[in-house]
Design a protein around this ligand. Structure first.
Ligand SMILES: *[C@@H]1O[C@H](CO)[C@@H](O)[C@H](O)[C@H]1NC(C)=O
Ligand SMILES: *[C@@H]1O[C@H](CO)[C@@H](O)[C@H](O)[C@H]1NC(C)=O
Ligand SMILES: *[C@@H]1O[C@H](CO)[C@@H](O)[C@H](O)[C@H]1NC(C)=O
Ligand SMILES: *[C@@H]1O[C@H](CO)[C@@H](O)[C@H](O)[C@H]1NC(C)=O
Ligand SMILES: *[C@@H]1O[C@H](CO)[C@@H](O)[C@H](O)[C@H]1NC(C)=O
Ligand SMILES: *[C@@H]1O[C@H](CO)[C@@H](O)[C@H](O)[C@H]1NC(C)=O
Length: 554
């Protein structure tokens, strides 16, 4: 499991986010990639990376590359370019045939991808069979690639976002009208972004961050590997979390170039583009996930779970923890320079369901401290370190991308669809709905019109799928207890993609790398192999280790 160190980066974060209004964007007719003399397919310059990861030096088999691509694929008159930053981890057992590469996106939107690939490449080589070069680039808007910002520096952002926070919608949790407060906050944040990007040069960049553009960047990498490195010119891709949405989009745009496509921790694209929030169904299995973790806690006992001796059933334990949330909600406490309130406690509880399961045993120790009201400094230190390791850096790319992608927009705080979507999300999770449903208002009045936005519907008005036939069938993967991307969304998207399969894992955490299993690895290696072995549809994979079997304790 050491492959999950050195950092928590790129644990397929699928961050909070999203929403927008009814200005239906015009469908754009895209040309494919530019391929004329003025825009010859560029070559990737590979060289040693000029950085090390935070905790360890980059191994030899990793190098970095840059590739010049069009800044705006929708503007045939422009010759402006942007330079993508790539990272590659070379095949551990290259095949004798043509070199082949697999591309990755690990989630977000708004997260870099190169450091994450560097950190987990050994695991991914194992799961992909070792014959592929593994390649990722930082999507536009993120890291150093036309970084999207709404603030001049981190201090300004911190100052502004201290007030512009998403409020918990549960009664008594924050403001008396948290919904209206969220709406006003989202609009204020949008105003900041608008004001900071008034300069025409910045504005032009802010408008080309859509997933539709990133999908074209993926194909530009494929084209370059084809033209200059002798590869097959087809996409081999594994997208996790938001990376699944990127994969769905690229498959819709370039269906006949999809050679291998694994979409893992799946986002419903109809929801993402046409409703508020990231995916209104996203919390459907949050409560079962939390209850499942508590069940397992009681099963393994106090030697691996610090909450096991409190109660004798999972439901009693759940009550105990919910009472604790309420207690801190009513009586927040200060410790180590931080306010421990209901929100803080819920965010600590979320750690047990969303991240690689190896973090769970240790997290229960901190939750126990909260319950007892002891060692609160240690709890704050743990919380800060955990969330700091997920940091996206000095940018606002999350909103920059997700809000640009939205086709729907809100007409104001009384927008019916917005209210309904928020309520629906909140209803789907008794435990975390209040905390997370507020994200539905995030893009309500986004000031930029994303170019190259994918605006087509995925289902018609009767809910019938608008079927897409890809060159090779897509493999969808979902965890039964994924707290932010339920299997339901994988099954829904599978109806769109003809011949696709759904692999359902009897697993916890977000995405298949949260709790790996030999069964999953077997399916993936078969799918990625040159014979392409497809699992039967709705195949279920068990996992090799329980939630409490791995990781540090206490
Ligand atoms: C680009 O154009 C060249 C010359 O017309 C052609 O040989 C090449 O196959 C094209 N590449 C792609 C990816 O279409
Ligand atoms: C990364 O770390 C290695 C080993 O410590 C060192 O040789 C190399 O110069 C470092 N590279 C950079 C860019 O800092
Ligand atoms: C890009 O286009 C502009 C005007 O259309 C032209 O002046 C410039 O030379 C072009 N640059 C390149 C690198 O082709
Ligand atoms: C791949 O991972 C499995 C565990 O899932 C392990 O048993 C095996 O040794 C690994 N193989 C390689 C080549 O790293
Ligand atoms: C569960 O544990 C908590 C904390 O020790 C305790 O207050 C509560 O009474 C217990 N519930 C039951 C039903 O035993
Ligand atoms: C949410 O739940 C409440 C209470 O059960 C119900 O009245 C309401 O219709 C639900 N709203 C949505 C959008 O599901």
């Amino acid at each position: 499991m050491r492959s999950f160190s050195p950092s928590m980066q790129g644990l397929a974060v699928l961050s909070v986010l999203a929403s927008i209004s009814l200005t239906a964007a015009k469908p754009l007719s895209f040309r494919s990639l530019k391929n004329d003399t003025a825009h010859a397919i560029a070559k990737i310059d590979w060289a040693p990376c000029n950085f090390n990861t935070s905790d360890y030096p980059l191994p030899d088999h990793i190098d970095c590359g840059s590739l010049v691509v069009p800044l705006d694929y929708t503007d045939s008159t422009s010759n402006e370019t942007l330079t993508l930053s790539l990272l590659r981890s070379k095949a551990v057992s290259p095949s004798t045939g043509n070199k082949k590469s697999m591309l990755f996106n690990f989630g977000g939107p708004g997260y870099e991808a190169r450091l994450t690939l560097a950190a987990i490449a050994p695991t991914l080589h194992n799961m992909t069979g070792g014959e592929y070069d593994l390649v990722a680039f930082d999507p536009r808007g993120t890291a150093d690639t036309i970084t999207f910002k709404c603030f001049a520096n981190p201090t300004d952002r911190t100052v502004a976002t201290t007030t512009l926070t998403i409020h918990d919608l549960d009664p008594g949790a924050s403001s008396p009208n948290a919904f209206a407060e969220n709406y006003a906050n989202a609009v204020a944040f949008s105003q900041r972004c608008d004001a900071y990007n008034l300069d025409p040069g910045l504005r032009k960049k802010a408008e080309v961050l859509t997933t539709g553009m990133v999908a074209r960047d993926l194909m530009a990498v494929v084209d370059s590997l084809h033209a200059h490195e002798g590869e097959d010119g087809l996409l081999h891709y594994w997208g996790i979390s938001y990376g699944s949405l990127l994969g769905e989009t690229v498959a819709a745009l370039f269906p006949d170039r999809m050679e291998r496509l694994v979409l893992d921790g799946v986002v419903n694209a109809e929801n993402y583009y046409h409703r508020f929030g990231i995916d209104v169904d996203q919390l459907l299995t949050s409560d079962p996930a939390f209850r499942g973790v508590l069940d397992d806690c009681l099963k393994v006992g106090a030697s691996r779970c610090a909450l096991a001796d409190l109660n004798s059933t999972a439901s009693e334990l759940e009550d105990t923890l919910l009472e604790m949330v309420e207690r801190y909600q009513v009586n927040p406490v200060a410790a180590a320079g931080k306010v421990i309130n209901g929100r803080f406690v819920k965010e600590l509880l979320i750690i047990t369901i969303k991240y690689p399961v190896a973090v769970v045993p240790r997290a229960t120790v901190l939750i126990r401290s909260l319950l007892e009201g002891e060692n609160l400094e240690a709890v704050v230190a743990y919380y800060d370190a955990f969330y700091a390791s997920l940091d996206m850096g000095d940018n606002d790319a999350l909103a920059g991308i997700a809000c640009s992608d939205k086709v729907v927009r809100a007409t104001g705080p009384k927008d019916q669809q917005l209210i309904e979507d928020t309520e629906y999300m909140r209803n789907t999770s008794q435990l975390f709905g209040g905390l997370l449903a507020g994200i539905a208002t995030q893009c309500a009045e986004w000031p930029f019109e994303g170019k190259g936005k994918y605006v087509e519907h995925w289902f018609d008005e009767q809910g019938q799928p608008k079927v897409i036939k890809t060159r090779k069938p897509v493999l969808f993967i979902g965890n039964r207890y994924d707290p932010v991307t339920p299997v339901k969304s994988a099954v829904a998207m599978s109806k769109i993609f003809e011949g696709s399969r759904v692999l359902e894992r009897d697993a916890f955490g977000h995405g298949s790398i949260a709790q790996p299993s030999d069964c999953t690895t077997g399916v993936l290696r078969g799918y990625f192999s040159s014979e392409m072995v497809l699992p039967e549809d709705q195949k279920v994979c068990e996992v090799d280790f329980g939630v409490f079997d791995l990781g540090e304790f206490p």
